[in-house]
Design a protein around this ligand. Structure first.
Ligand code: SF4
Length: 323
């Protein structure tokens, strides 16, 4: 794998009278070369904290992040080199572009940080804009963010990552703020970059439908853990984990007769339930299915194991003990 996390945990200490939060609570996850992995979950499930830990922006409490097998060292020099090869594409292109910087400067910024002003800067910026689908690139050099559409701004943000020739990008909700038609174009762009440049991506999203359209593999996260991971067709056409099934049931693509409404409190990383962390809301437990399978007691008392390899298909649920 290009990037892998093993037994990764990120905990935040509580403040007066409040419990600390186990934002990432034992995650194994791999992203292979040229592979698009969607990391899917509701807000508060820890996916953004996990992404930040993978990028070296958030120090894990325990566990390791490796890039081509080498642990991420905490030294500034190593992290700088790492950040050239693994780029963060932020959500909300309004927020991540400085309104007073031209497109040229926005894209050149990463180059200047890592290499200073180089002789071929103009060509590099033009090539990155062009790869991001802004053509002819020179037409955009002097534009300011407010003169561009939402889709064009997102392409500028992507060009700002591409200019450093990364191997992998981590994109946090890359299309959440865009119109439906533009979303499709940006997703097509990510697929094209994967095919043409072998650019891998970890796409962080709350939207399982997006995962369906873009990912090679999908990892579903609930309250700090990956509860189901596998090839996208397998997970989305034959989901097994009760949480994945509930998420899927609201998508029109799933063909489910009725959406599954999850009972109970929304997940709170400061109060992770004992046993299976999903058990207070689990439809399989509530319906008696887990009881009939003889696992209901374990659901309430025992955390389902997580397979150590972060790329093999697995499900963290007592109903699927072999996986
Ligand atoms: Fe539901 Fe039990 Fe599976 Fe947890 S382990 S998801 S409670 S069936």
């Amino acid at each position: 794998a290009a990037l892998s996390a093993a037994a990764l945990r990120v905990a935040f200490p509580g403040s007066r009278g409040h419990a600390g939060a186990r934002a990432v609570d034992g995650v194994n996850l791999d992203v292979g070369r040229g592979e698009i992995v969607a990391l899917v979950g509701e807000s508060g499930c820890g996916k953004t904290t996990l992404a930040r830990a993978l990028l070296g922006l958030q120090r894990p409490t325990s566990g390791t992040v490796r890039f081509h097998g080498r642990p991420l060292a905490a030294t500034t020099r190593h992290l700088r080199a790492y950040r050239r090869r693994v780029q963060f594409v932020l959500q909300d292109p309004h927020g991540s572009l400085n309104p007073r910087h031209t497109v040229y400067d926005a894209v050149a910024e990463g180059l200047r940080i890592h290499y200073g002003t180089t002789a071929d800067e103009t060509e590099q910026v033009a090539a990155a804009l062009s790869r991001a689908g802004l053509r002819p690139p020179e037409r955009f050099f002097l534009a300011y963010p407010h003169e561009l559409s939402g889709g064009q701004r997102q392409r500028v943000v992507i060009a700002g990552a591409l200019v450093l020739h990364p191997e992998l990008i981590v994109a946090d909700e890359p299309v959440a703020s865009l119109d439906a038609s533009v979303r499709g174009e940006i997703l097509q762009l990510l697929l094209r970059l994967r095919d043409e440049l072998e650019l891998a991506a970890l796409v962080v999203t709350h939207d399982l439908g997006l995962a369906w359209n873009i990912a090679d593999r999908v990892a579903v996260m609930y309250l700090g853990r990956v509860v189901e991971v596998g090839p996208v067709e397998e997970v989305l056409t034959a989901a097994r984990h009760p949480y994945t099934r509930a998420l899927l049931s609201v998508l029109p693509e799933s063909g489910a007769a009725e959406p599954t409404v999850l009972a109970g409190e929304p997940p709170d990383p400061a109060r992770v339930p004992g046993g299976c962390r999903f058990h207070p809301r689990c439809p399989a437990l509530a319906s008696g299915m887990a009881d009939r399978a003889g696992v209901a007691q374990r659901c309430r008392t025992e955390e389902p194991a997580i397979a150590p390899g972060g790329s093999t298909p697995h499900i963290a649920c007592h109903l699927f003990p072999a996986e």
